[in-house]
Structures are given as structure tokens and as C-alpha cells.
Design a protein around this ligand. Structure first.
Ligand code: BDR
Ligand code: CA
Length: 321
């Protein structure tokens, strides 16, 4: 089955790996890539995205810059995780072209209206661009078949004890997307954190003479040292790329369709995705009946890590792990 896809990214080490996988997967037709501030500023995200597309020999995919900052929060990047440029130690030649001269929201609208069939949006960044799209052009929502988003967690957070970075960065945008009525798949930290690559594999890739393999090795290798305290990790992650794997190979994951809400309070839970996995009604149903039901989301809660890695490396490098 061919998937028509728009990627919404903050490239970013693992966004770059997701782009590699999506562009090289034979059943994914990448219609456009929209960018926004997140891991690094949107200008760097656009530059990184164009450079990665050139590396992949895919210079025809339209790219546009979008949100410079979240709806309400100030811009706070993650360059301490992804490096100053956003691509760790990887230095690529500058992209050979400039982005589309329209805002990401306009490119999203254009591609959605032009598509013959519903498009899947794979969102790998804060959800600001998508929230803006839904507010400015709500009529295009029914052209979106599904939004697969990397974000949130049914357990621990990373940006805070309970909030994952993409949702924490712009909780209001996430709340808008969750309440859109569009079918949703959540690829959160529950699976994101367990698709780990062996350090030996990283070293092999980094030493490769093939440019994409070596770039992949560099992106993975940058994660071997914790930027916060210099601790050595033995197993870097494919991160956002796993969300694209979940689109094309859902059978490698265990999903539960459950109610999810974003905490947009100013409390210590701000940005948490509250995932209601109860199979029974609780005191809330007894003492506060008639509340608006929470959006139902297909949440990835389990993964066959070995099979996902095999798929990822098969597609990106053509070599089995
Ligand atoms: C998410 O935040 C970013 O650092 C990664 O690119 C990923 O999208 C993980 O919390
Ligand atoms: Ca990302």
C-alpha cells in the first residue's frame, strides 16, 4: 500500500533519520516537508532538512518554514541535545536550493487540496504548525487521513518528569490537534525510548564509505555521550524514525485505542499526555458525570524492537542488522 505523507519536522538528529527512512521507503510518497522551531530554530531546521534531502538525492520534495515559536510558550530549543546546528557532529554541504516562499501552513493546505486521496501527516516536532493549520484552514481537516505524531508518553517524560519534549514545547497546540477529530496515532516515549541500536552497529556505519550510511552513523554516534553530564550511553535511539516505521509496519507495534488529554494547566504536569488506560469507570464518572469525552488515540505501547531495527536499516542502508 502506498502512503501519501507530509512530514512536519524540527530536524534534529532523529528527524533526519526519519526523513532518510521516509524518502527511501518504496511505499511512502513524501509530498512535502514542513518545518518549525523545536530542537533548533526553524531557520536551522530548514537548512538541515534541505541538506539531508540533497544527501538522499531527493531535491524535488517541497520544503517550507513554519512556526518560529510555540503558540504561547517562549521558544526553547533542545540544541543541548542535538548540537548547535541540530545535526550533532554531522556537517553536510548546504542544500542546493531555497525553501518554498510560502509559510508551512500554506504548503500543507496546498498539498492537502492537491492530493487525490487522504494524506497522512507524520508530525515529529511540536504541533504548532498543525494547530495553526487547523485554526486557519479548518476545512482541510477532512483531507487528512490520519496524524501520526511523535509525542507524549503514557509513563515517564523527558522534558519534565511527566511531559515529553514535543508536547511540553507547545501544549496548547497539542490540545488543538488532539481535539480535531482527525484519527490519531501517538508514538510516545513508551516506544521511542526502547528502539535502541547496538554501539557496534553505529561504529560500522560511521566507518562506511557510503555517504548516507556514514551520515547515519554520525547521527547515531552523537547520542553515545549524554550532553548533560558526559555519561556514555551504549545504545543510541532511532527516535522519530520509529514513528514512520509505525505507519508502514503497524504490525510491529502494540497499540491501544484509549482516551488521551493534554495537561494545559500551569502546574507541574503541564505538557503531560494523560493516557486513560482504565477499563472501568472511576470516581470521576460517579462524581463528575457528563463531562466531555476525551479524544480517542491509538497509542503505541509495545514494540518488536528487533523487527523495527531490521526494517529501518533495510530501508535506509539496504543492509540487514
Ligand atoms: C522528541 O523531541 C526531540 O528532541 C526529538 O526530535 C523527538 O521528536 C523526543 O522527545
Ligand atoms: Ca523531532
Amino acid at each position: 500500500m502506498k502512503h501519501s505523507v507530509i512530514l512536519d519536522v524540527d530536524t534534529g538528529i532523529d528527524d533526519a533519520m526519519a526523513i532518510m527512512f521516509a524518502v527511501r521507503h518504496p511505499d511512502i510518497d513524501v509530498k512535502a516537508i514542513t518545518c518549525l522551531s523545536g530542537n533548533v530554530s526553524v531557520d536551522k531546521v530548514v537548512a538541515n532538512t534541505l541538506a539531508v534531502l540533497d544527501l538522499l538525492g531527493a531535491p524535488d520534495i517541497p520544503v517550507a518554514a513554519g512556526a518560529r515559536r510555540p503558540l504561547i510558550e517562549p521558544a526553547r530549543d533542545a540544541s543541548w541535545v542535538h548540537g548547535e546546528t541540530g545535526l550533532g557532529d554531522l556537517r553536510l554541504p548546504a542544500g542546493s536550493r531555497v525553501p518554498e516562499q510560502v509559510h508551512a501552513v500554506e504548503l500543507l493546505r496546498r498539498e492537502l487540496l492537491a492530493a487525490d486521496e487522504p494524506v497522512t501527516i507524520v508530525a515529529l516536532a511540536p504541533l504548532t504548525n498543525l494547530a495553526l493549520l487547523l485554526r486557519v484552514y479548518p476545512e482541510v481537516a477532512d483531507r487528512v487521513g490520519r496524524i501520526v505524531f511523535m509525542g507524549g508518553s503514557a509513563s515517564v517524560g523527558n522534558a519534565s518528569a511527566v511531559a515529553e519534549f514535543n508536547i511540553w514545547h507547545d501544549p496548547e497546540a497539542a490540545a488543538i490537534v488532539l481535539s480535531s477529530g482527525i484519527p490519531l496515532t501517538m508514538y510516545g516515549l513508551d516506544v521511542f525510548n526502547v528502539v535502541e541500536v547496538a554501539a557496534e552497529r553505529v561504529a560500522e556505519l560511521a566507518a562506511s564509505e557510503r555517504a548516507v550510511d556514514a551520515a547515519l552513523g554520525s547521527l547515531l554516534g552523537f547520542q553515545l555521550v549524554d550532553p548533560a553530564d558526559g555519561t556514555v550511553f551504549s545504545h543510541p535511539l532511532i527516535g522519530d524514525a520509529g514513528a514512520v516505521c509505525a505507519l508502514v509496519a503497524p504490525e510491529l507495534f502494540r497499540f491501544e485505542r484509549v482516551p488521551v488529554q493534554v495537561d494545559i494547566s500551569q502546574g507541574i504536569g503541564r505538557g503531560q499526555t494523560i493516557v486513560d488506560r482504565r477499563s472501568y469507570g472511576g470516581e470521576d464518572a460517579v462524581y463528575a458525570p457528563g463531562q466531555e469525552p476525551w479524544p480517542l488515540v491509538d497509542v503505541a505501547l509495545g514494540v518488536d524492537t528487533g523487527a523495527v531495527l531490521e526494517l529501518f536499516f533495510d530501508v535506509v542502508t539496504g543492509v540487514r542488522v
